[in-house]
Design a protein around this ligand. Structure first.
Ligand SMILES: NC(=O)c1ccc[n+]([C@@H]2O[C@H](COP(=O)([O-])OP(=O)(O)OC[C@H]3O[C@@H](n4cnc5c(N)ncnc54)[C@H](OP(=O)(O)O)[C@@H]3O)[C@@H](O)[C@H]2O)c1
Length: 325
C-alpha cells in the first residue's frame, strides 16, 4: 500500500473544514464519502472529486478500496462506528470525543490494539501552528513547566440538534473542552492525579476546572461563554520564563509573547488552529502510522485520557468535590 485509501463518514460544515488539508495529504487519498442524506453525499463527492459516495455507512466501511475510516458523525455514534470499522479490519481516525464514557473509550482502544489497527483521535490543537512547538520551547528555553492555563472566551450561544442533548454530546466538556484537556496533558507529558471543577458543562454556561499534576504543578481550563468572539489563550508558566499564545479560533490571528529574564519578545502572527496545514498533518500523521508503523500523532490512549478527564471534571462539577484519577 503506497497511499492510505480513506472513507469519510459525515458530510457537514466540519467536512468542509478538514477537506482542504485532507485533500493535500501526500500519503492518503479520499476514495469514499458517506452521509445520512444521500443527496448531500452525492453532491459532496461530485464537487470534490471523490470517486464513491453512499448513504449507507456500512457500505463505505466494507468497501474494498477503503483502508481506513474517518468518523465525523455525531458523538453518540463514534464508538459503534469505530467497532463496525474494526470488524472489517479498517483503521480508524476518530472524531473527538472517541466515546461518551471512559470505560467505553478504553475498550474501543483495546479492541483496536487487539486487532493491530491504528486508532487516532482528531484532537488537532496540538498539531497546529503556534501550539505544536510549545514543548520544544519549554525544553530549550523556558524550563520545567509548572502551570498551564488555557482560557476560552466565546460569545453566548446555545446548541441545537443532537448537540442540545447532553446524552448525545457528553456536554460541553466532551464536545469542546476535550481539546484543552488533551492540550494540557500533552504539554505536561504526564497524567493528572485529580481535578476540581465549578460551573456547568453546557453551551453558554461557564466553568473552570483545575487539574492537579502533582509536585505542585497544575492546569487550569477556563471557559467563559458570555463574552465575545471565539478566542483561546494558552499560557505556559515555566521555571525560567513563560509564554502566552493567543489564538483567534478557528483560523484567525494568533500572537505570542515570550518572557524570560532577558526581556519580553513578541512573536509574529501565527494564523489559526483549524487550518489546512493542521488537517494535512492530522491525516498524514494517521496515514504514516498505518504505512510505516509507530504511534499516530494523537494515539488512542490520549483520546481515552481526554475522555477520562472530561468525565472526572463533569463529576466534580456535579458534586462540588475533587475527583481523583
Ligand atoms: N475536532 C474538532 O475540532 C471538531 C470540530 C467540529 C466538530 N467536530 C466533531 O465532528 C463530528 C460531527 O459534527 P458535525 O457538526 O459535523 O455534525 P452534524 O453536521 O450534525 O452531522 C455530521 C454527519 O452525521 C450525519 N448524522 C447526523 N445525525 C445522524 C444520525 N442520527 N445517524 C446517522 N448519521 C447522522 C449528518 O447527516 P445529516 O446532514 O443528514 O444530518 C452528517 O452527515 C462531531 O463528533 C463533532 O464533535 C470536531
Amino acid at each position: 500500500m503506497e497511499r492510505v485509501r480513506l472513507g469519510i463518514i459525515g458530510v457537514s460544515w466540519w467536512t468542509d473544514m478538514v477537506w482542504p488539508g485532507f485533500s493535500q495529504a501526500s500519503n492518503a487519498q479520499v476514495t469514499w464519502i458517506a452521509g445520512r442524506t444521500a443527496q448531500k453525499a452525492r453532491d459532496y463527492a461530485q464537487s470534490h472529486g471523490i470517486p464513491h459516495w453512499t448513504a449507507d455507512y456500512d457500505e463505505l466501511i466494507a468497501a474494498p478500496d477503503v483502508d481506513a475510516v474517518f468518523i465525523a458523525a455525531p458523538n453518540f455514534l463514534h464508538d459503534d462506528l469505530a467497532r463496525r470499522a474494526f470488524a472489517h479490519n479498517k483503521h480508524v481516525l476518530q472524531e473527538k470525543p472517541m466515546a461518551l464514557s471512559s470505560s467505553i473509550a478504553a475498550s474501543q482502544a483495546e479492541e483496536a490494539r487487539r486487532r493491530n489497527l491504528v486508532l487516532m483521535v482528531d484532537q488537532e490543537t496540538r498539531l497546529s501552528d503556534g501550539v505544536r512547538d510549545l514543548p520544544e520551547l519549554a525544553r530549550t528555553r523556558l524550563g520545567r513547566i509548572r502551570k498551564v492555563t488555557v482560557g476560552m472566551t466565546l460569545a453566548e450561544r446555545t446548541w441545537g440538534g443532537w448537540r442540545a442533548d447532553p446524552q448525545l454530546t457528553g456536554g460541553s466538556l466532551f464536545e469542546m473542552a476535550i481539546h484543552q484537556l488533551d492540550l494540557a496533558r500533552w504539554l505536561f507529558g504526564r497524567n493528572p492525579i485529580a481535578v476540581w471543577a465549578r460551573g456547568e458543562d453546557t453551551a453558554g454556561k461557564d466553568f473552570t476546572a483545575v487539574f492537579d499534576y502533582g509536585q505542585g504543578d497544575s492546569a487550569v481550563i477556563d471557559f467563559c461563554w458570555r463574552s465575545i468572539g471565539f478566542h483561546q489563550r494558552i499560557e505556559m508558566y515555566c521555571e525560567a520564563g513563560f509564554v502566552r499564545q493567543e489564538i483567534e479560533m478557528p483560523v484567525g490571528d494568533g500572537f505570542r509573547t515570550v518572557v524570560t529574564p532577558d526581556g519580553v519578545e513578541r512573536g509574529p502572527n501565527i494564523v489559526g488552529v483549524q487550518t489546512e496545514r493542521t488537517f494535512r498533518r492530522v491525516l498524514e500523521g494517521f496515514a504514516a502510522a498505518i504505512l510505516e508503523g509507530g504511534d499516530p500523532p494523537v494515539p488512542a490512549e490520549d483520546g481515552v485520557w481526554a475522555v477520562r478527564m472530561a468525565e472526572a471534571a463533569r463529576a466534580s462539577l456535579r458534586t462540588g468535590v475533587p475527583v481523583a484519577f
